[in-house]
Design a protein around this ligand. Structure first.
Ligand code: KG4
Ligand code: ZN
Length: 477
């Protein structure tokens, strides 16, 4: 609980940690002073003492009880302050107070100046956080006619921008893939990926608008993948989205990358609820249940590697280029399942595990090499694909039966896998449930899925302000 305490109430809290006399004095003599207390179970955990001086705020002090530090309480106080005081904020901090500096930087405070010997021998740093007031005019309104959303995706190695009408109809998509650059390294190199996004993003935007024969004035809102993904890559898309939102005064809609993959399906079929989303990508393997739009419940997920990651690693072991998933898929069509591999996490949960399968393939290749045997790549690809797909379908089957699911969708890059598409079609036909699979072009990362998800996110009231930050990791919610 965070409360604003008046001076006469400070004494209510009998706690040595609070410099009561000092704070009462400040509240009495400084008309601009305010104090927020963080209270848990009747105990003061921390406080923030600040001054609101006309159009700006100055943080004077923020303290968390020694034994309660490193629990995110400081962050809670700052977040509460940001919610209450919609103004520019400044503060001074000792150059050696790393936890405080980290806290401020995390909350978008920017170092503005160094004040030499401000704290005796130590320097003080002046930090500032600008509050930009933006009143987005076009909040969601059911009477609104057609909605054109610009979706920006840059979480990994694809810079992609699309325009999608009403969450379902793709108007234009441009994807600039970096695969040719990264394949020389056997995988995505984050630093190179970010630089490529910087180079590409304005051209991708221009091309997308040209292709759609539209201008930014025709766009109603901007949807952006804020995470998860490679932080440098995410930030490029995010900055582009924020800049466009600011300049053209368009609402900014934060989209979780996996929500994007799920909503890739709505570009093909209207989503029917309740549904089970089988999320299979380079970074995720999850079973998600949805009762309505934009309400996600995770049933289970991978305990270690994602399935796409496993495909790519196995591909590398047998000498296939990045990304190996599609190449294994191709080979798997011509081979026979002659190699025996363990079925991963063959249990009663909704979870997956792919690192054991990956190790089993590595060991198998290693042992065959030592014996001087040639690896039959196509047979290994078939054996691996059969095992990986079986792991997904067996857990999906369990979820469909247990949860009485009627609609299943597949989402993520591995949804492009022919073995999985086939096995899921067979399974859902057998169980008499509906299956939706995105068309191939919407399986791997693209801006259209972000724009589609953005439409439903917007409808659900999800709008971000310009303090939106990228997150390399974040659960789908
Ligand atoms: O969804 P995505 O584009 O990126 C992430 O969000 O992770 O998925 C990329 C992953 C890569 O691991 C790639 O190898 C895999 O999807 N992938 C495939 C196939 N096409 C792409 N894996 C198996 N079979 C495919 N046909
Ligand atoms: Zn993806």
């Amino acid at each position: 609980m965070i409360v604003n305490i008046k001076k006469e109430n400070i004494n209510l809290y009998d706690d040595n940690f609070i410099p009561k006399d000092y704070l009462i004095n400040e509240l009495e003599n400084n008309p601009y002073s305010k104090i927020l207390f963080l209270i848990k179970n009747n105990e003061i955990i921390g406080y923030i003492y600040y001054s609101v001086i006309y159009e700006r705020v100055e943080i004077n002090q923020i303290e968390i009880k020694l034994e309660k530090r490193n629990h995110g309480y400081g962050n809670l106080l700052i977040k509460e302050l940001l919610k209450r005081e919609k103004k520019d904020i400044t503060l001074e901090v000792n150059e050696n107070n790393y936890p405080a500096i980290k806290l401020y930087e995390k909350n978008n405070f920017i170092k503005k100046a160094v004040r030499k010997n401000y704290y005796n021998d130590e320097d003080g740093l002046l930090y500032e956080r600008k509050y930009i007031i933006k009143n987005f005019t076009n909040k969601w309104d059911d009477k609104m006619k057609d909605m054109y959303i610009l979706g920006i995706e840059s979480s990994c190695d694809e810079t992609s921008i699309s325009i999608v009408k009403n969450g379902r109809e793709e108007i234009a998509t441009i994807i600039s893939s970096q695969i040719d650059i990264h394949k020389d390294y056997g995988g995505v190199v984050p630093e190179i990926a970010s630089r490529q996004h910087v180079k590409n993003i304005t051209f991708v935007l221009e091309e997308c608008l040209n292709k759609a024969n539209m201008t930014m004035d025709d766009i109603d809102a901007i949807a952006i993948t804020y995470g998860p993904g490679l932080i440098g890559s995410l930030l490029i898309g995010l900055e582009a989205a924020k800049t466009l939102s600011f300049i053209y005064n368009k609402p900014l809609i934060p989209v979780h990358h996996i929500a994007g993959h799920i909503y890739a399906n709505s570009l093909v079929n209207e989503l029917q609820f309740p549904l089970l989303a089988v999320v299979v990508s380079g970074g995720h393997t999850e079973l998600i249940e949805m009762d309505e739009h934009y309400k996600f419940t995770k049933l289970g997920g991978t305990l270690d590697d994602a399935i796409g990651e496993c495909y790519d690693k196995v591909a590398r072991v047998i000498g296939l280029e990045y990304p190996g998933g599609p190449k294994i898929d191709k080979l798997a069509k011509i081979g026979k399942p002659t190699y025996k591999l363990p079925i991963p996490l063959h249990d009663d949960s909704y979870n997956f595990s792919f690192s054991g399968l990956k190790s089993a393939v590595i060991n198998l290749v290693h042992n065959e090499k030592q014996r001087g045997n040639e690896i039959r790549k196509e047979d290994l690809a078939t054996s691996f694909q059969k095992t990986a797909v079986e792991s997904i379908t067996s857990k999906t089957k369990k979820a469909i039966i247990d949860r009485k699911i009627k609609n299943v969708i597949i989402a993520g890059g591995v949804a492009a896998n022919s073995g999985l598409r086939e096995a899921m079609t067979k399974l859902t036909t057998e169980l008499g449930v509906n299956l939706s699979i995105p068309s191939m072009k919407y399986c791997t990362d693209n801006g259209a899925m972000i724009a589609a998800a953005g439409y439903y996110a917007y409808k659900n009231g999800r709008i971000a302000d310009l303090s939106l930050n990228s997150k390399s990791q974040d659960t789908l919610k």
